[in-house]
Write a protein that binds this ligand. Structure first.
Ligand code: NAI
Ligand SMILES: N/C(=C\C=C\C(=O)O)C(=O)O
Length: 490
């Protein structure tokens, strides 16, 4: 495994295929978002590398799928132990590669990656299947669930190891083998994971990681005839492309996509708790989480008070160098993404929107070497029409819009008035009201009086353009297995 290129002292990653680290013919530059400097070379894999990885996964499948869930779980628990034993090294790497704060990487991303392996390997021990006696026909029917084969897993850059392992763990715990392609912008922790996969005793070929761009490596995986299943997290546009490319093979797809998530805040909400949580839900991880709140609808009678207190709290949400433990936000993923996020602020201004906080890098007190980093302060906008692109499109940055409403029906209609349907939050002390509104909201996940309270058993996924399918707990088990109905005449 090579670690640095002598000439430039850059970190050089290698693909992990059939239990071996393999170099590639060409490489993609990967940047440190906090400085804007290239610091890593990521394999620019294509069809050849993906074909080799799929062949290795196919070869490993019969033996791995024949093992018992307990045998697989034992290895996956060891892998979780190894991630935990190397937590600090992984957290430092994730923070440098993604731009997120070291605190987020230490307390959220890496612990969750380890937990994904523990949770899914354990939960696989508890699933049962169905039985229909059919005695009147002299038959017994029962169902079994079989692993699908080689699973293709494509993950994004916002929660790199967290979302990659959310896919790898249930897939292999259920007996599949996998070819995974992490985002080319955040590949380092996936590469580090490969070493631990070896150490934990995961047999060669069970997990193969091929690094590279979406249009080359990703497309080769999606259109590979021997990969019957694709789990993807990322943008709606890429999901549409994946759907088209996989259609000739009738692949099983799970697509977890973007959001334009509303918070609906009624006058009787506990404002202290609501403001603290809604600031977090708007800005956590630089707003680069598909579940982040980006449209806040507030009942008119408390609108002024809410806005004043929210803006004051947003200003305190410190954007700074990722390694500084006092930073709440680090840098955005890339220069292009920073420009995209900024373009929405410019659009809001051109449409008469009021920017209450968040303009200008000069607000941030950054050391000289971080001045070329992709930092963006927390931004609060009001005075924008619901029909504006600012209110309709996923910005995926630390930007949130606030608007007043008058009635429950209006709040629901406006909450539902976008093409996305991933998550929503509802704030009120009236249980009847939160239940009513939660039922009417078109969103795969609704949190009331809280946000991002997670149990990995719960179904996770979106409606409308936010996705197809659900993962988590038994939904992951169902997705990563095929059901077979067996009838025995007796
Ligand atoms: N979790 C989420 O909901 C995410 C949402 N996004 C949204 O998407 C926007 C664009 O970000 P991108 O990085 O361009 O997201 P993307 O959807 O293009 O990238 C996600 C993954 O898909 C892969 N990919 C790209 N094109 C592919 C193709 N043709 N076939 C197979 N795989 C492909 C990428 O290499 C990456 O691993 C963001 O600004 C954000 O709004 C992005 C990342 C995560
Ligand atoms: N899928 C995403 C977040 C998942 C969070 C969770 O499982 O707790 C995303 O941001 O794309």
């Amino acid at each position: 495994m090579s670690k640095t290129s002598g000439e430039h002292s850059l970190l050089v990653l290698e693909n992990y295929i059939g239990g071996k680290f393999v170099s590639c013919r060409s490489y993609i530059d990967s940047y440190d978002p906090s400085t804007g400097e290239v610091y890593c070379k990521v394999p620019d894999s294509g069809k050849e590398e993906v074909d080799a990885a799929v062949a290795a996964a196919e070869e490993a499948f019969p033996e791995w799928s024949a093992r018992s869930p307990e045998q697989r779980a034992k290895i996956l628990h060891k892998l979780a132990d190894l991630i935990e034993a190397n937590l600090e090294e992984f957290a430092q790497a994730e923070s440098k590669d993604q731009g997120k704060t070291i605190t987020a990487a230490r307390t959220v991303d890496i612990p969750r990656a380890a937990y994904n392996f523990r949770f899914f390997s354990t939960s696989m021990l508890h699933h049962t299947t169905d039985c229909s006696p059919m005695d009147h026909m002299g038959c017994l029917n029962y169902t079994v669930r079989c692993p699908v084969g080689v699973a293709g897993l494509i993950s994004p850059w916002n929660l790199p190891l967290y979302l990659l392992t959310w896919k790898i763990a249930p897939a292999i715990a259920a007996g599949n083998t996998v070819v995974a392609k992490p985002s080319e912008m955040t590949s380092v922790t996936a590469w580090m994971l490969c070493k631990l996969i070896q150490q934990a005793g995961v047999p060669p070929g069970v997990v193969n990681i091929v690094f590279g761009s979406g249009p080359r490596a990703g497309d080769a995986l999606v259109s590979h005839p021997e990969v019957p299943l694709i789990s993807f997290t990322g943008s709606t546009a890429t999901a549409q492309r994946i759907t088209e490319r996989s259609a000739p093979y009738c692949k099983k797809l799970s697509l977890e996509l973007g959001g334009k998530n509303p918070a609906i805040i009624f006058a009787d909400a506990d404002l202290d708790q609501c403001i603290e949580t809604t600031v977090r839900s708007s800005f956590l991880n630089q707003g680069e989480i598909c579940l982040c709140t980006s449209r806040i609808y507030v009942e008119r009678s408390i609108y002024s008070e809410f806005l004043e207190r929210f803006v004051a709290a947003a200003k305190k949400w410190k954007t700074g160098v990722p390694s500084d433990p006092s930073s709440k936000n680090g840098a955005l993923i890339s220069k292009e993404h920073l420009e995209k996020v900024r373009s929405y602020i410019a659009l809001a201004k051109s449409e008469g929107g009021i920017i209450h906080c968040g303009e200008g890098l000069d607000q941030l007190d950054l050391p000289e070497r971080n001045k070329s980093g992709y930092f963006m302060p927390t931004t609060v906008i009001t005075g924008i029409s619901d029909s504006s692109r600012v209110m309709q499109e996923e910005i995926f940055g630390p930007v949130t819009c606030i608007s007043p409403f008058d009635t429950e029906d209006e709040a629901v209609a406006r909450g539902n008035g976008v093409r996305y349907g991933l998550s929503a939050t509802v704030w009120s002390k009236d249980v009847g009201k939160v239940h009513r509104v939660a039922q009417r909201l078109q969103a795969g996940l609704v949190w009331t009086n809280c946000w991002l309270v997670r149990d990995l058993n719960l179904p996770f996924g979106g409606m409308k353009n936010s996705g197809v399918g659900r993962e988590g707990g038994k939904d992951s088990y169902h997705f990563f297995t095929e059901v077979k109905s067996i009838t025995i005449k007796h």
